[in-house]
Design a protein around this ligand. Sequence first.
Ligand SMILES: Nc1ncnc2c1ncn2[C@@H]1O[C@H](COP(=O)(O)OP(=O)(O)OP(=O)(O)O)[C@@H](O)[C@H]1O
Length: 439
Amino acid sequence: MVAIAVDGLGKAFKHYPTRWARLAEWILPGNRPHHIPKWVLQDINFTIDPGEAVGIVGVNGAGKSTLLKLITGTLQPSTGTVQTHGRLAAMLELGMGFHPDFTGRQNVFMAGQLMGLGIDEIKDLLPEIEKFADIGDYIDQPVRIYSSGMQMRLAFSAATAVRPDTLIIDEAMAVGDAYFQAKCFQRIARFKQQGTTLLLVSHSVGDIVKHCERAILLKNGHVEQDGSSRQVTNRYLDELFGKSPCPEVQGSCQFGCAGTQMLNGDDDVFHTRPGYCVEEHRWGQGGGAILDYLIVAQGEHYPSRIESNAQTDFYFKVRFDNDFSSVVPGFLIKTLEGIFLYGTNSFIANEGRSHLAAEAGNIKVFRFSLPMALNEGHYLISFGISSGDPLTNLEPIERRYDSVMIHVGRTIQFWGLVDLTASFETIEQQRQLNGHTCN
Ligand SMILES: Nc1ncnc2c1ncn2[C@@H]1O[C@H](COP(=O)(O)OP(=O)(O)OP(=O)(O)O)[C@@H](O)[C@H]1O
């Protein structure tokens, strides 16, 4: 028996080209239809086994929420079938359909009954629901005065008061604060251990990889990929950031071959390289251009995954169109959320010893080498070339911010984003001697 079986599922919404078309269809029901079917899901097929944790990813409008609504029965399919087994709890949208004029407590009773619980059962569960939601006296206030985070707290707490066979969550937890989200994920993890099937829609690749072993990528209403969450989320990020595979330079040869390719050409091929982000921010005052880049780690060019702490070389090639008495290449790493993790330039990295000049027509390749002392995740790389005095006034010739995305693999060596390479020792500070304390 499977937990969820989706077979040939499709959903078309009615799209009316004009205001009058809707009216015409309403007042002339027997007449020809005045709408155009807008298919948002077509021919979706998959099964989910009991106890599996599956993430659904896809860009805005890909059909994720519609799929969950079809699975939970909130929407009726236009084609195909959905079968679910066991008790299903779903957090589809904020507030789980809470009535704004009723209090939190009254809403919990209504939601509990909709989930098939009896009044006495709900009464027994209420103290635990209140404790988990932790919204204090608001439980007796009308839901309309709740913040979105408070609604989500109460909704999650009520929906998961009894372990469901299948738990379906649509991005709803994003409105909770970090502490409450962690509490929710702890509960979800416990349910998973006890056999609950999980279906999770999230734009957070980290959450999908952490909580789901499998993921499904929806694209334009179709299943684009169904596989391990790591592979599928990588593909999703490629969709988001526009990675363009470049098979001729992928592989595991040493730097020489691609390095020669980099050195030889003078075309701008930056955007053709694996990991390139179409949404880069490219700017500067001119006088040169960053044409190409290469990443080498573990003996691989453009590795799809860099092991945490692996020594990594970032090469980038610059064409100079003007003469510069001093040029300064620079390099930055940020998280996908934009947190600036690390930046350096040739001057800082060489402790002030580096002085570089360039003439119009020169093409130069620069390299920053560093251990990828970061935790698992995706990061954005920026390259820059500036002119002027690195101590007083640098003018950007060209900067390609957030132009490359890298994926750093899992580590068990530290917690947090960055490996600050702490050392540890036990210091024996005090010794007891004959009842006296000696330092
Ligand atoms: N009730 C509706 N009537 C008409 N079109 C709808 C309706 N609900 C959804 N759609 C359309 O279906 C498409 C898929 O929407 P859906 O909300 O499922 O996408 P999604 O992947 O969940 O997006 P997001 O990441 O933005 O939440 C969108 O183009 C949306 O406009």
